[in-house]
Structure formats: C-alpha cells, structure tokens
Design a protein around this ligand. Structure first.
Ligand code: IMP
Length: 205
C-alpha cells in the first residue's frame, strides 16, 4: 500500500505548522483533521504511546485515510516527570490555546518555586496507522533535553518553548528559528525515525 496523503490527528496549529514543514521533503501532503471536520479524540491514557495510537485510529476511522498522531509533552525532573501526558491541560482546559499555554506556564512556574533540579525533557511519540484497525502501526519516538528557566525568552514555537532552555545553544526553544527547532526537537527526531521506517517499508508514494 502506498500513499501520499496523511491525516494529522491534531488540532494544534503549532504542531500542524511543524509537521507540515517536516513532511514536505517526504512528499507527503498533510490534511489536518480539523479541516476534515473531525473532532479531537479523547486522550484518556497514562502513556504517550497509547494516546498517540488512540488519536491516530480515531482520525483514520473518521476519514477513511491513513492517519498519524503524536502525543507529546514536557517532563520535569523536579516534578517527578509531570506534567508529562497532561502537558496540554496542565492548568485547565478553558480558553483558546494561547490562553491555555499562558496558564500552563504560570502553573509550571508556581510548581517549581523553590525546587532544585530544573532539568526537563520534551517527549514525542508518533503513531501512524494505514487504516483504523491496522495491527502493525508504525511507532517512532523522540526526546529533547534541556532545563526550565524562570524568565521567558523568545516568541517562536508554542507551549512551554519560552521556558525550555538549551544550555549548549544558550537559547530557549522559542528563540530558535522554526527550521532549526525542527532539526533537533523531540518532534523532529520522532519524524526522522518515522521517515526511515516509511522508507524501509516503501509505503510513501
Ligand atoms: P498533546 O500531544 O496534544 O497532548 O499536547 C502536547 C502538549 O505538550 C502541548 O499542548 C504543549 O503544551 C506541550 N508540548 C509538546 N510539544 C511541545 C513543543 O514543541 N513546544 C512546546 N510545548 C510542547
């Protein structure tokens, strides 16, 4: 089975932008599930992989097309790995994405007050299914290590990026140009692994 169109099971415009840039060289056209009128799936599971698979199957079932989803988040050492799978709604679910991001970041700062180990990493797990009941989903993972700072820097990226500092670059993720973030981010790494797997299986048209 070959395909050149894939449904992205996410309504997050930040992720859509990054995945579009990342998928272009693969010759894949991304259709967002929002543009197809597909509602976002629940994310009830306690692991990234289970949530990614649930979202990918939901989008594939609703669209009748191959679909992929990522489940991602930030894991902070001093918080025992939280917010982790709950990163999108760490604070609460009210308001638009920008308002949510701002409240998530405010809660992160409050939770870290007086804490020592500010090491953190982003995680991204991608699941791709060729059809809704695909028994052999493609799975790829990426991690990106940094530390949390208490003063936001930069206006690129989205979510926790202004607080996610990369000591080796002396920049936050929000200070990186999009193409640079895509090369080294958790999402970039996961997609690179997925591209290798797709190429090996010869299923990209
Ligand atoms: P989900 O994968 O849709 O459950 O949401 C993941 C959440 O993790 C996002 O809404 C952000 O809060 C956070 N996140 C994941 N990747 C990134 C990133 O690259 N930058 C900033 N925040 C991210």
């Amino acid at each position: 089975m070959t395909f050149d169109k894939l449904v992205l099971a996410s309504g997050n415009p930040g992720k859509l932008r990054e995945f579009q840039q990342l998928c272009e060289p693969l010759g894949l056209t991304l259709l967002s599930q929002a543009a197809l009128g597909i509602a976002e799936a629940e994310e009830p599971h306690c692991t990234f992989i289970e949530n990614a698979l649930a979202k990918a199957r939901h989008a594939s079932r609703a669209s009748g097309l191959p679909a992929f989803a990522d489940d991602s988040g930030i894991c902070v050492n001093a918080l025992g790995g939280a917010p982790g799978v709950h990163s999108a709604r760490f604070a609460d679910a009210a308001g638009d994405r920008e308002a949510q991001d701002a409240r998530n970041n405010a809660k992160l700062m409050a939770s870290l007050a007086g804490k020592g180990d500010l090491g953190a990493h982003y995680v991204c797990v991608i699941a791709l299914v060729r059809h809704a009941d695909d028994p052999e989903p493609l799975i790829a993972e990426g991690r990106w290590h940094g530390k949390i700072i208490d003063t936001p820097r930069g206006d690129g990226g989205f979510g926790y990026d202004p607080y996610f500092f990369l000591p080796a670059l002396n920049k936050t993720a929000a200070e990186l140009p999009a193409a640079e973030k895509n090369k080294i981010s958790h999402r970039g790494k996961a997609l690179a692994e997925l591209a290798v797997k797709l190429g090996r299986l010869n299923i990209v048209a």
